[in-house]
Design a binder for this molecule. Structure first.
Ligand code: SAM
Length: 308
């Protein structure tokens, strides 16, 4: 894992547009920063999706009753602090098994202990792993349903999002479902504020990737020589986060030297925004069909049920 981290970082920093994968934000500290982001006034996706989920789960319960689905194997991808699954589990009583997958193992373990206290009868499995790699589920009689909230799907480029959805369809299998949260296109200022808050928590989250590289890969990034930048790329329909070098400087990572011009950036994250109909095309290309759509007021966030 550490070797893969090193190879990915070196390869990313050798690119003409230096880049790092957002999956490396999430060490234990990065996961804690993400929880703080979720508490921010500006970060509407978290609270908007969370407020939709009780109604979504109530309607899903009815939907599955009508389909005579009596037990569900729920699998959450990028489960984080497991906040979003709680309202789902509360209403959707036909969930008989729950598996949570996340790259941030220590954080997930803590979150699952808390979840188990709230749902003592539910079998809960935690799996530290990368959801872009093949995942093998335990064989079960229950109907499989993926859960992918947080608009994490937006962190993939559209082609990679299609590939993820296709792989998830294979993993979950015939007759499965996928419930996912998608952030929508909206006012540019609202989008940019969500990724560049006034308390600079997102800036700390972004820079934490450099702290992690320093600690784990023997590097010497000076954090105060980089600044957090978040802007909406209208043409590509995505928020881009970068770390911009404030000076011309050299950085060593595991013995390799990287030059930075003043103003040069490392691209650390994309967050694609989709009109629901745009997302439908992606889901259809991955072999899913959209069964239900729940839109937040003013259409600022969408939750969708896809069926295989
Ligand atoms: C945007 S956060 C969303 C967290 C939570 N699902 C929510 O909705 O609040 C993304 C989550 O996905 C996890 N993650 C990111 N990339 C991952 C990967 N490649 N494999 C597994 N987990 C990943 C992160 O650790 C983090 O918990």
């Amino acid at each position: 894992m550490k070797d893969e981290f090193l190879q990915d970082v070196l390869a990313g920093l050798r690119l003409p547009q230096k880049a790092l994968s957002p999956k490396y934000f999430y060490d234990a500290k990065g996961s804690k920063y993400f929880d703080q982001i979720c508490e921010l006034e500006e970060y509407y996706p978290y609270r908007t999706e969370l407020s939709l989920l009780p109604e979504v789960a109530r309607e899903l319960k009815q939907y599955f009753k009508e389909k005579s689905v009596s037990s569900i194997q729920l699998v959450e991808f990028g489960a984080g602090s497991l906040h979003k699954v709680k309202p789902v589990l509360k209403e959707l009583t036909m969930v008989t098994e729950f598996t949570a997958i996340d790259i941030s193992g220590e954080h997930l373990q803590e979150a699952s202990t808390e979840l188990a206290a709230s749902f003592p009868k539910l079998p809960i499995k935690v799996a530290q792993g990368d959801f872009t790699k093949p995942i093998k589920l335990e064989v079960s009689e229950a109907t499989p349903m993926g859960f992918f909230p947080g608009s994490t799907i937006g962190n993939f480029d559209p082609e990679d999002a299609r590939e993820f959805l296709e792989n998830a369809r294979t993993t979950l299998g015939e007759g499965s479902y996928m419930l996912l949260g998608v952030d929508t296109k909206k006012d540019q200022q609202m989008l940019e504020d969500a990724y560049d808050d006034s308390r600079n928590i997102t800036a700390r989250f972004n820079k934490n990737i450099l702290t992690r590289i320093n600690r784990e890969l023997n590097a010497d990034f000076e954090l105060d020589q980089f600044e957090h930048v978040a802007s909406y790329n209208q043409q590509l329909g995505r928020i881009e986060m970068h770390l911009r070098s404030l000076t011309a400087q050299q950085v060593q990572v595991s013995g390799e030297t990287f030059q930075f011009e003043k103003g040069e950036t490392i691209h650390t994250e994309n967050s694609y925004k989709y009109h629901p109909e745009e997302f439908d095309q992606l889901a259809t290309a991955a072999g899913w069909r959209r069964e239900c759509l729940w839109l937040a007021p003013d259409g600022i966030f969408a939750v969708m049920l896809l069926a295989n």
